[in-house]
Design a protein around this ligand. Structure first.
Ligand code: FAD
Length: 311
């Protein structure tokens, strides 16, 4: 019964996130906008680079490294893709001028994947070059299964000339075993996640013990090889087991990673014990969609949102 209700809430929130009428209504209604923004504030670095820089500074001062994503995806025009790329470049320049520590994370569909391969490659190279000036990497997020091939292909292409590039792999996809075996041979960093997108039937493993074990087997291979990697999850079980694996293999090239605002208290306990921890900061004006997604993936977070709004 409780599980059914959580599923209903999750489906409704996913629908709300994609509903343009709901979004327009919220954006035009100042009181509602301000109310929901209070709940979103926990999860976002800010709406602008300037606000976000202050958040990153605070997080850096608390001993975490950061990766930052200017939110957006599925851009369908060259102009918007180039504008997004310019924003990432401006972000890297600001990190440099403020002497902060943040790498860049991005969706390739934000910088041109749905427009053209060449445009995406060009934009990605420009961002990598700017990130390289601050000794930082650019980590590609993984999107829906209709995009996996092209994302991996572009990653391999750009990695040939830009070594400060990394990629995200989704443990829930059956195909990932093959992708993993190919990509672990390359120098780029690998972020492991369980996987967030709905997939066509037969392509992915459902949440549960089997997926947890598969996820951890990838993590162990990365740690044993001391391959640069990020262990990205909000699952205490996964992170505690990963810590046992870190102790076993004593790697130097890993980070334990969580999104800003989600179970960060526990991340602090890992950091305080000496493990390298990274907080993934997202910023931008599209926070409404982002908030709905954070609630949809774990509807109990709605109660946290309620408390954030009231306090
Ligand atoms: C840094 C980072 C980057 C990511 N990048 C990508 C990407 O590029 N592509 C992609 O497909 N997915 C990405 N994800 C999302 C990922 O695939 C999972 O969907 C997400 O992390 C939830 O899975 P989980 O491992 O946390 O555990 P789950 O199996 O989903 O949940 C296990 C337990 O973890 C806790 N938990 C999970 N989510 C939450 C939450 N939101 N709030 C509070 N507790 C929670 C709960 O206790 C839950 O019972 C990313 C996640 C992170 C942390």
């Amino acid at each position: 019964m409780e599980q059914d209700l959580l599923k209903i809430a999750s489906d409704a929130l996913r629908k709300a996130a994609l509903n343009e009428d709901v979004k327009k209504f919220i954006l035009q209604n100042e009181k509602l906008f301000n109310t929901l923004k209070k709940a979103a504030d926990r999860y976002i670095g800010g709406e602008t680079i300037e606000e976000t820089i202050l958040t990153i500074k605070r997080i850096n001062e608390n001993g975490f490294v950061v990766t930052t994503d200017f939110m957006g995806e599925s851009i369908r025009s060259e102009k918007e893709a180039n504008e997004a790329a310019s924003e990432f470049i401006r972000f890297a320049k600001t990190v440099k001028s403020e002497s902060l520590n943040s790498s860049i994370s991005l969706d390739l569909s934000h910088i041109g994947l749905l427009v053209s391969r060449d445009l995406t490659i060009n934009n990605l190279k420009l961002i990598c070059e700017e990130a390289n000036k601050i000794n930082q990497e650019v980590i590609i997020s993984m999107e829906g299964t209709d995009r996996t091939n092209l994302i991996i292909e572009i990653y391999e292409e750009v990695l040939k000339t830009h070594s400060n590039l990394g990629i995200t792999l989704q443990a829930y996809l059956y195909r990932t075993r093959k992708d993993f075996e190919k990509l672990i041979k390359l120098p780029g960093s690998i972020r492991m996640v369980k996987g967030a997108y709905d997939t066509p039937k037969g392509l992915s493993i459902a949440r549960g013990k089997e997926l947890d074990e598969i996820y951890l087997s990838y993590v162990e291979e990365l740690l044993a090889a001391n391959h640069k990697c990020a262990i990205a999850s909000h699952d205490s079980k996964i992170h505690n087991r990963s810590i046992e694996l870190i102790d076993k293999h004593a790697p130097s090239n890993y980070v334990i990673e969580r999104l800003l605002g989600i179970c960060n208290e526990e991340l602090k306990t890992f950091k305080d014990k000496g493990y390298k921890c990274r907080i993934y900061v997202v910023y931008g004006k599209e926070w409404y969609l982002y908030l709905c997604n954070r609630w949809a993936e774990y509807p109990l977070n709605l109660f946290r949102g309620l408390a954030d709004i009231v306090e």
